[in-house]
Design a protein around this ligand. Sequence first.
Ligand SMILES: Cc1cc2nc3c(=O)[nH]c(=O)nc-3n(C[C@H](O)[C@H](O)[C@H](O)COP(=O)(O)O)c2cc1C
Length: 403
Amino acid sequence: METQNRLGSRIAFGVCGGIAAYKAAESVRLLSQAGHDVHTITTQWGARFIGPLTLEALSGNPCISSDAIDGSMRHIALMREVDLLLVAPLTAETLAKFAHGHADHLLTQSYLAFRGPVVVFPAMNTAMLEHPATQRNLDQLRADGVRVILGESGALACGETGPGRMAEPELIAEVVESVLTQPLPGLKGARVLVTAGPTREALDPVRYLTNRSSGRMGLALARALRNAGAIVTLVHGPINERLPWGTENVAVTSAAQMADAVLSRADDQDVLVLCAAVADYAPVYAAQKLKKDQFDGQLKLNRTQDILASLGQRKRTDQILVGFAAESENVTANARRKLESKNLDLIFANDISRPDGGFEGTENALFALGPNGFCMDLGHHSKTELATQITSIINTKRTTGTL
Ligand SMILES: Cc1cc2nc3c(=O)[nH]c(=O)nc-3n(C[C@H](O)[C@H](O)[C@H](O)COP(=O)(O)O)c2cc1C
């Protein structure tokens, strides 16, 4: 089965002179922790905002600083060896130099000397970012094949609020994984819809019924499928986790909204991965808050639409429909029954009676089942690792038609 090569890449990490340089330290830490070999390069101004010693300690490699120039040409040698150049923060000044091909310091020279992928994370005052000169320079970088990732609008160190903040370190690490991961042939350019999280069924304006799903498995799947080159739409219930970057994220609350969001998009998809824990029943809604003394202790529940079964009925032969089963007994037998009754192509089943049984945690243990008796124990791993395995299985199904 084809897998994705994710870890152990060599990264050149440029740091320019802006307040957001403090986030470079955490970004370097996250990338090193993820198994990458990180080599930092600071501009003279960058080294005034963050000490090269901090970057050296966090990366485990010497920092190449434009303050300490010698005849070693280390930076040019480094650019022959790394898989990626990222710059965070990228200042307006160094952006302008990149756009115009200047080579006046070690980072601008490294940029020109590098033939691989470049990702930049600009950070500056909103007016500086919106200035036509900066916008022209950003367009020039995009035209030159550089990925430009802007952070969300928010409070800036200069006291203003607006666009110009640098992306957070977790997002920087996620973008790096996505750029460094090899696409898979069966998923590159494929349209994939993933659902994640619980739904919330309102009883009255202040109360609702829900379940323990954290959404982590679905989010990990959306990220792994995106890394494999798919165009991912994520339909998610109320979750407290950071949403993926580079996917279309559609927020819903109730099972009925989830059904609308999924069914209205289903015909455009090549693969549908339904991982959300959708409520099977929804209470009859009381428009006014239920009063203690008026409530008789009985909840009237109505069956919600079975999204998976609806998709199974209308599925095209060229679509792959993937379901999940949370079972507390006879895990594989019950999952196979669900696979067959709902006309699925694959089902991933977990045993929720186990203490490590999937809900809320960061790990899970899954079985993969398909038609013709296909059954595979994927083992107990992090949800990220399981999502990578599931992505490989879907890729195999797309490329070979069988398992
Ligand atoms: C306190 C302070 C904060 C700054 N913050 C930023 C910033 O966030 N973004 C930016 O583009 N420039 C910022 N600058 C201006 C840059 O430091 C300046 O343009 C410098 O020449 C950048 O050099 P470099 O790109 O070689 O690192 C700041 C300057 C000071 C003094």
